[in-house]
Design a protein around this ligand. Structure first.
Ligand SMILES: [Zn+2]
Length: 89
């Protein structure tokens, strides 16, 4: 049995990062966009919905720590899209 990956069991509510919208962030110190995830840091999920200027509706925001290659720490916001109900005919 493969039990190397610890995490939530299948079937539980999960966040699909592939469907989220990430706000491009650049380092405030050197301008680099090569921001790496900080090992061991836990993304903070905020159940706070809203709408972006582009019309993108979200239901939650994930705040995640990133580290630039220059050493600068930044917070990147990732928007979790609101689940759209199938449109009526
Ligand atoms: Zn930097």
């Amino acid at each position: 049995m493969a039990n190397s990956k610890r995490g939530r069991p299948p079937g539980s509510q999960n966040v699909k990062y592939a469907e989220t919208r990430e706000i491009p962030a650049a380092c405030i110190r050197c301008g680099s966009t090569e921001l790496k995830k900080v090992p061991g840091s836990r993304p903070l999920l905020q159940e706070y919905g809203g709408e972006l200027p582009g019309g993108f509706r979200y239901r939650a925001i994930i705040r995640e720590r990133r580290r630039c290659e220059c050493g600068q720490m930044l917070i990147v916001r990732v928007y979790v899209p609101a689940v759209e109900e199938p449109a009526e005919k």
